[in-house]
Design a protein around this ligand. Structure first.
Ligand SMILES: Cc1cc2nc3c(=O)[nH]c(=O)nc-3n(C[C@H](O)[C@H](O)[C@H](O)COP(=O)(O)O)c2cc1C
Length: 426
C-alpha cells in the first residue's frame, strides 16, 4: 500500500474554526505535517495548487483569504528538513512553459536527492487565465494535447544530459512548443521526477495511461474505485505499459474514534464545522447560481429553480447540470426532512473512512486487496496536526498486517513507489 499526505489548505475540508488549526503559510506548519508523514514512512507529501483566489458573487471566497504559497519553493525548503519523504508539487501545464518548469523540477530532484514529483493539472479557465499574459484561451479540447506535449517536452529536456554528465543540444518542434537549445540542469537522481496526473475525463485518463506514474483521483468508494481502477489500468497496454507502472491513489479523508459510535459522533461534529451556516448558503448558491443570502440555513431549500446561465462561483470546477443537482437535493431534503444546512452536510460529506483505527486499517486494506486503489492520498481536516493520530494509531496496524512498509527500503520516491527509473533516451 502506498500512502501520501495532502497538506490541507484552501479547500472545504479544513476546519479553520478548530482551536488546533494553525497557519497554512508559516513554514512550521508544512514542516510539522511533512515530518509526521515521514515518521509514518509515507511515500510522499502532496501540495495542491490554485493560481487565482476563488471568488463568490464577486468577492474573494472566505477560505481563500488565507492564501497559498508557491509549491516548488516550499518543497525545496522541506527537502532540507526531511530525508526520504517524496515531495509532490501540483503545477499547471496550461500556464507554464516546459523549459522553465522542467528546470525547477529537476532542481528539486537534485536538492532532495531524488524525491521530486510533479502533479500535472490542466485547468484552462479564463478566470485563472486573467492572471497570466497568455490569457485563458486554451480550449477544453486542447488542454490535454498541450499537457501531453508539455510532459513529453520536459522528458526530452531531462534526457538531454547523458547519465555520465554530458549536456547535448535538444530541439523540440511541436504544435504547442517549438524550442531548441541546451538544458541547464544535469540529469537528476530519478532520471525524471515522478509524474502524477489529476483529472477524470476520458482524455485525462488516456493522458495518464500514456504519460503518468501515479493518478490522483476522487474515486473514494469501493465500487467507484474498482471501476476507475479497471478502466485506467486497461488503457496501459495500448502504450506498451504494465498495470504496475501506474499507481492509483484516491484522495480520502478519515475520522478515528475509540469505538465505532465515537468515530461517527466525531465525524458528525466535523461535518458541522465544515459546513457552517454561512458555508451552507454559499454551497447552495454555487448550485443555484443565485443570491440566496436571505434564506435561513436552518429552513427548507429554495422553491425557486437554479439559474442555468449564471456562474456565481469563479475558480471552482463548475457543476455540469445544476438543475439535476438541485432536483436530487430537493428529493433528499423532502425524504429525510432536512434543512438547507443538513442537506449540504449530507451531500458534501468528505469523510471516507470513519471508525476505530482497526476498522479503518481493515477498510484501507480491503480497497488495495480488491483493486479499488494502490494507495491513498490522505487529506486530514486539521492543519497541520491532522495526520498525527493516523500515523500514531493506524500506520502501526497496517504494518502489523504486512501491507505497509516499516522502513524505507530505497532513497528515492521512485523506489518507494516501486517504479523503475525511466530509460535514458539520449
Ligand atoms: C483529484 C483531483 C485533484 C485536482 N487538483 C487540482 C489542483 O490542485 N489544482 C488545479 O488547478 N486543478 C486540480 N484538478 C483539476 C484537474 O487538473 C482538471 O483541470 C479538472 O479535473 C478537469 O479535467 P478533467 O475533465 O480531465 O477531469 C484536480 C482534479 C482532480 C480529479
Amino acid at each position: 500500500m502506498h500512502l501520501a499526505a495532502h497538506f490541507p489548505g484552501v479547500n472545504s475540508t479544513t476546519v479553520w474554526t478548530d482551536p488546533r488549526s494553525r497557519s497554512q503559510i508559516e513554514f512550521s506548519s508544512f514542516e510539522h505535517l511533512a515530518r509526521t508523514a515521514e515518521r509514518g514512512r509515507f511515500d510522499f507529501f502532496f501540495l495542491a495548487e490554485g493560481l487565482r483566489l476563488r471568488e463568490h458573487r464577486g468577492r474573494i471566497h472566505d477560505l481563500d483569504v488565507v492564501g497559498r504559497p508557491e509549491s516548488i519553493t516550499l518543497l525545496n525548503a522541506l527537502a532540507a528538513v526531511t530525508d526520504r519523504l517524496g515531495l509532490a508539487a501540483t503545477v499547471n501545464a496550461t500556464f507554464n512553459e516546459p523549459y522553465e518548469l522542467a528546470r525547477r523540477l529537476a532542481t528539486l530532484d537534485h536538492l532532495s536527492a531524488g524525491r521530486a514529483a510533479w502533479n500535472v493539472v490542466t485547468s484552462s479557465d479564463a478566470f485563472t487565465g486573467e492572471n497570466f499574459r497568455r490569457g485563458g484561451y486554451l480550449d477544453r479540447a486542447d488542454r490535454y494535447t498541450r499537457a501531453a506535449e508539455f510532459v513529453a517536452t520536459a522528458r526530452e529536456l531531462w534526457d538531454s544530459w547523458s547519465p555520465d554528465g554530458n549536456p547535448r543540444p535538444f530541439a523540440h518542434r511541436g504544435r504547442h512548443f517549438d524550442i531548441a537549445g541546451e538544458f541547464t540542469v544535469p540529469r537528476s537522481p530519478q532520471g525524471h521526477p515522478v509524474v502524477i496526473q489529476a483529472g477524470d475525463s476520458d482524455e485525462g485518463r488516456e493522458f495518464a495511461a500514456s504519460s503518468a506514474d501515479v493518478i490522483f483521483t476522487r474515486h473514494g468508494t469501493l465500487d467507484a474505485g474498482r471501476a476507475f481502477y479497471a478502466d485506467t489500468k486497461r488503457r496501459l497496454a495500448k502504450y506498451g505499459r504494465e498495470p504496475s507502472e501506474l499507481k492509483i491513489m484516491p484522495g480520502v479523508s478519515y475520522v478515528l474514534g475509540d469505538t465505532a459510535a465515537d468515530a461517527e459522533e466525531r465525524a458528525a461534529v466535523i461535518r458541522e464545522q465544515q459546513v457552517s451556516p454561512q458555508n451552507a448558503i454559499l454551497a447552495l448558491e454555487q448550485i443555484w447560481g443565485r443570491d440566496l443570502s436571505s434564506y435561513d440555513p436552518d429552513g427548507p431549500l429554495p422553491e425557486i429553480d437554479p439559474d442555468p446561465g449564471s456562474d456565481v462561483a469563479q475558480g471552482r470546477v463548475r457543476v455540469a447540470d445544476p438543475a439535476a443537482v438541485a432536483a436530487k437535493w430537493r428529493a433528499l431534503s423532502q425524504q429525510k426532512g432536512l434543512s438547507i444546512r443538513q442537506t449540504v452536510i449530507e451531500t458534501t460529506a468528505r469523510q471516507s473512512f470513519i471508525g476505530t483505527p482497526d476498522a479503518v486499517a481493515a477498510e484501507l486494506h480491503e480497497f488495495v486487496r480488491t483493486d479499488a486503489a494502490d494507495g491513498f492520498i490522505l487529506v486530514p481536516h486539521l492543519t497541520p496536526g491532522g495526520l498525527d493520530d493516523f500515523v500514531g494509531r493506524v500506520v502501526p496496524l497496517l504494518q502489523e498486517r504486512g501491507v505497509f512498509r516499516t522502513e524505507y527500503t530505497g532513497p528515492t520516491l521512485r523506489s518507494h513507489l516501486g517504479l523503475a527509473e525511466p530509460v535514458w533516451k539520449g
